[in-house]
Design a binder for this molecule. Structure first.
Ligand SMILES: [Zn+2]
Length: 626
């Protein structure tokens, strides 16, 4: 057992307990008064241990497993063997108060840490260079478990945004790093606890799982875990086990994905040849500044193809190995659309010819194209828009085809593109900004009216999140009736005790902070000061940081940092909402620059890096000379 997995906890605590089917004693510990909030995680963790026992075909070896909720904890959670530590927000659930999004995060984090009991604890990486061997797999297994056991969260849809798109976001930068990265000294480790080690590794695992098929992938992992249990392993050991299970050369396939940074964008054009469609596919590294890759990196890219006559099926599979190759898809009628990366399972982006893109629009509009594909298409377009490879008009054309869209994650991708449009417009002129806002209102208004603000009986858990997203975007675009409605909801909540649905709470707080000045700000501050629930504390703070008034923002930062009224684990959320206005962006950036030395002395590199990331991402425009 590795020494990094030892933990003791001392404090005044209470607990609830249960047993797994396999007889393991499970306990959730909290500070006094909160143990009931541990019930959800307790039940889930017991189920999770049993599920992993079977999936890995190796039983959890200890007689007990404790999960403890810690009020202030710099990491999200830590997989100490038998005493897993979590932030309160990552473990505790209060029914009726916890939002769906947060509850699904609890499920994921619980499952993530428990997956480490196999990936990391039972088989430990030989050295930190192979950190991804535990983090990439714990991340993938958390989705496997939640996907199989908590269908209400539609977790694989969220995977696309939270893992795939997040990994691509960081890996699209010129100065990204490979998944396998040389670490000389454990002090350097903080630098790789990032979206490459977690989200990219996770997404690359998913790609490989689809490529080999789940049973083969599972067989390979079982071979790996059995062979190296109570011992150490390197990446090559994993590839060997997967090669043994699949009969394929997994090392050759995967080394490009783990040993070089970045990922490809495939440019695809087509021609019809009788009953066949001939695709010309060319790969190049995707770089978010739109520039060239000096290294001319190449990947082995598993390509899947779907077509208009059977949108949910994989019509053909190819492996792209060269810079450019031609592939023939047989039995495709003239005019039928052809799409790459079915189900958005691959860690690559696709750039279509205008003709190919246009042919897909009707099936995007009718939602005949599966949701995972709709998301992938719009997310790719939004990223390509950023690089200048796609025009705003092209993006808007596809987004406008999604007027009948009903899935939260797809709207999320549209919303993200629109938010970029707003950011660009803000840089140009008042008139451009006004017109961009009008366009957004036009695109979102009907959906907003159809959805309303109240939960309807029988709808799934995603609907309220969609409602919050659409109404919040309308409010940000200055749609006055929406702003008034949100403010009324907040007033009714404070004065009459009318509950606000947890999934629309943050959106409501945000509108209040942006539109009601000091009065709303003070009410949010009061709410934050009086609640005992960490999610509400955090949401009130994120909302307050969206204030357009500089003195209020200064007051908030003073409250959080100088007066130390915000827990160190949550201080980075002070920066989160500052992207709402130019004033906020500049205030936060300046504050960060002025205090960076102090932050580096007091906080972990991970926290400071996340502050930097949030602050820089919030800037509409990064002026190099300043
Ligand atoms: Zn982990």
């Amino acid at each position: 057992m590795s020494s990094y997995l030892v933990a003791f906890a001392v404090g005044e605590l209470e607990y609830i307990s249960t047993k797994t089917n396999s007889g393991v004693e499970m306990r959730v510990y909290t500070v006094p008064g909160k143990k009931e909030q541990g019930q959800y995680s307790l039940d889930l963790s017991a189920k999770c241990i049993d599920w992993y026992n079977e999936w890995f075909d190796i039983p959890y070896p200890l007689p007990k497993c404790d999960l403890i909720a810690i009020p202030d904890f710099s990491m999200g959670a830590m997989e100490n063997w038998g005493l897993v530590t979590y932030r309160e927000i990552a473990l505790l659930v209060d029914p009726g108060v916890t939002s769906t999004r947060q509850k699904s995060r609890v499920a994921l984090v619980v499952a993530h840490e428990l997956a480490h009991l196999w990936f990391g604890n039972l088989v430990t990486m030989k050295w930190w260079t192979d950190l991804w061997l535990k983090e990439g797999f714990a991340s993938f297994m958390e989705y496997m478990f939640v996907g199989a056991n908590c269908s209400e969260f539609k977790i694989w849809l969220h995977f696309l945004n939270d893992e795939l798109a997040s990994g691509m976001g960081l890996d699209g930068l010129r100065n990204s790093h490979p998944i396998e990265v040389e670490i000389d000294n454990p002090n350097e480790l903080d630098e790789i606890y990032d979206s490459i080690t977690y989200a990219k590794s996770n997404s690359v695992n998913r790609m490989l799982c689809y490529y080999l098929s789940e049973p083969v992938f599972q067989k390979g992992l079982r071979i790996y875990l059995k062979k190296f249990q109570y011992s150490n392993a390197v990446t090559q050991d994993l590839w060997s086990a997967l090669s043994e299970a699949s009969g394929q050369n997994v090392n050759e396939l995967m080394s490009g994905w783990t040993q070089q940074m970045g990922f490809p964008v495939l440019n695809v054009t087509q021609r019809q040849d009788g009953n066949n469609r001939v695709l010309t596919v060319e790969q190049r590294r995707f770089i978010s500044d739109g520039g060239e890759d000096p290294k001319n990196s190449l990947w082995q890219v598993p390509i899947t193809v779907s077509v208009g006559s059977a949108p949910s099926d994989v019509k053909a599979r190819f492996l792209l190995k060269e810079k450019q190759q031609e592939f023939v898809v047989e039995g495709v009628a003239p005019g039928e659309w052809v799409k790459l990366n079915s189900g958005t399972t691959g860690f690559y982006r696709v750039e279509y010819s205008d003709e190919m893109l246009t042919s897909m629009l009707p099936d995007i509009a009718s939602r005949k194209m599966p949701v995972l594909d709709r998301f992938g298409l719009i997310n790719d377009l939004s990223a390509l828009l950023n690089t200048g490879r796609v025009s705003i008009a092209q993006f808007v054309q596809v987004a406008a085809s999604s007027a009948n869209e009903d899935e939260y994650v797809v709207w999320g991708a549209i919303d993200e593109g629109m938010s970029k449009l707003l950011a660009c417009s803000r840089e140009m002129s008042e008139e451009t900004l006004k017109r961009a806002k009008q366009l957004i209102v036009k695109m979102f208004e009907k959906t907003g009216a159809d959805l309303g603000f109240a939960e309807q009986s029988g709808e799934d858990t995603q609907k309220m999140m969609l409602r919050a997203l659409v109404q919040a975007r309308l409010a940000r675009a200055g749609h006055q009736p929406t702003i008034d409605k949100f403010n009324q909801m907040f007033t009714d909540f404070l004065e009459k005790g009318t509950p606000i649905h947890p999934d629309i709470r943050l959106a409501t707080f945000g509108v209040v902070a942006r539109s009601t000045g000091k009065e709303g700000f003070d009410k949010l501050m009061n709410l934050r000061e009086t609640t005992t629930f960490q999610e509400i504390e955090r949401q009130a703070m994120i909302a307050m940081s969206q204030t357009p008034e500089q003195p209020l923002l200064a007051q908030l930062f003073e409250y959080g940092f100088e007066k130390n009224k915000v827990r160190p684990q949550d201080q980075l959320y002070l920066f989160l909402g500052t992207g709402s206005t130019h004033m906020g962006q500049q205030y936060a950036w300046q504050y960060f620059c002025e205090h960076i030395k102090e932050f580096l002395e007091k906080k972990s590199t991970i926290v400071v890096r996340n502050m930097a990331r949030i602050t820089v991402n919030n800037l509409d425009c990064f002026y190099l000379d300043s």
